[in-house]
Design a protein around this ligand. Structure first.
Ligand SMILES: Cc1cc2ncn([C@H]3O[C@H](COP(=O)(O)O)[C@@H](O)[C@H]3O)c2cc1C
Ligand SMILES: O=C(O)c1cccnc1
Length: 353
């Protein structure tokens, strides 16, 4: 499926299912709106799945893995090899996301969309490599427009395959040393911010390293002048293959009528790219938590999505998104199982409007 085809397939959410879900929530034996954001979550899900019988069912997490040429500028605490090591640990069950997803009964898909070395795929990693890492965006565009498009369309196809397998909640994760540099550069470009306002320590950068990271991003933005009205321009000049792939996952979920759960900073940047390409994609996204990275809250506000957790996490991998899965399940359990005022014999209670 191409990007254009996917965008054409995205339908507005089902208003009638949403109205029915709202009526059902108002009718169950609890004070009106007392489940707070969980009520909006159920109503939104009814619109996405086009039924008021909301049940989140099968869940998974997609981790897009890619390397970033800008790591050569000294913007990270660890070197690029760690991308491969952690990605391999993910498939062998040892990374944080592996442990969390196993405990939540969520399937884990680890995709090589641009790791900068040849690796073996016999242990479960999925090969969708677009190229061996990106270029160093301090000296040239990270990738061509065509490569950014290939990564987006890879994500679209991957998400539509998952939707066909029946996944109702698809969490988004990433692994790629240097991807908080690309994420900050994209955020600064889209939100017209100075790098200093949107750049943090990523995976534990020193104070000296942070200053360098900020300068590298400011210089690259002055050099490339990405056009914020053209998400593909921004992604190809200062982005990464993992972010482009996840951007495609969000679009693919929307095109297939299933829900995507946004993780932290890096996933929120990918979500913003997707929304800039097609605003309707937002109707198929749930945020999960607020990343501790400085731009974490800014991005969730820009996306204008409610979040459910703030645990000061800044790991990525999809961990915050998977952490939110029990919230979805408990919200739908209450919604499905609670009795109405009438059934619960609370007839004297008149809900206030
Ligand atoms: C061992 C390790 C495991 C990780 N798991 C996720 N990340 C996170 O940190 C990286 C981004 O931070 P930066 O831009 O500073 O490189 C990403 O790979 C991200 O998923 C990790 C980072 C490390 C070092
Ligand atoms: O919130 C995130 O996505 C994040 C933060 C720091 C490092 N890697 C990812």
């Amino acid at each position: 499926m191409t990007l254009d085809e996917a965008i054409r397939r995205i339908k507005p959410p089902d208003e009638s299912a949403m109205m029915h879900a709202k009526a059902r929530l108002d009718g169950i034996a609890k004070p009106l709106n007392s489940l707070g954001r969980l009520e909006g979550l159920i109503i939104k899900a009814a619109g996405i799945y086009r039924t008021d019988g909301v049940d989140f069912g099968k869940k998974c997490v997609v981790v897009m893995c890619a390397d970033n040429g800008v790591v050569m500028e000294g913007v990270t605490q660890v070197s690029s090899e760690i991308t491969t090591t952690v990605a391999q640990n993910m498939v062998s069950g040892m990374a944080t996301i592996s442990i969390m997803s196993q405990k939540q009964n969520a399937d884990l898909y680890v995709v090589d969309i641009g790791i900068n070395r040849e690796i073996s795929y016999d242990r479960g990693m999925i090969n969708h490599k677009v190229r061996l890492g990106t270029e160093n965006f301090s000296i040239m565009p990270a990738m061509t427009r065509d490569e950014a498009m290939q990564a987006i369309e890879t994500g679209i196809r991957f998400a539509s395959g998952l939707a066909q397998k029946g996944y109702k909640l698809i969490a988004t994760g990433e692994m790629g040393i240097g991807n908080t540099t690309t994420s900050s550069a994209i955020t600064a470009a889209f939100l017209d911010k100075e790098a200093a306002e949107v750049t943090g320590r990523g995976a534990g950068l020193s104070s000296e390293g942070l200053k360098k990271k900020i300068n590298v991003i400011d210089d690259a933005l002055r050099f490339h002048k990405p056009d914020k009205e053209d998400a593909l321009d921004v992604l190809s000049k200062v982005g990464g293959l993992d972010i482009a792939g996840l951007c495609g996952v969000f679009i693919g979920c929307a095109a297939s009528g299933t829900a995507a759960v946004v993780d932290g900073f890096v996933s929120s940047v990918a979500a913003l790219c997707a929304v800039r390409l097609c605003p309707m994609v937002k109707e198929y996204m749930f945020a999960s938590h607020i990343s501790k990275e400085p731009a974490g809250r800014m991005l969730i506000q820009e996306l204008d999505l409610p979040h459910y957790l703030d645990c000061e996490m800044c790991l990525g991998e999809g961990t915050g998104a998977v952490l939110s899965f029990p919230i979805f399940d408990l919200a739908s359990e209450v919604y499905q199982k609670m009795r109405s005022f009438h059934e619960a014999k609370i007839l004297q209670y008149v809900p206030l409007q």
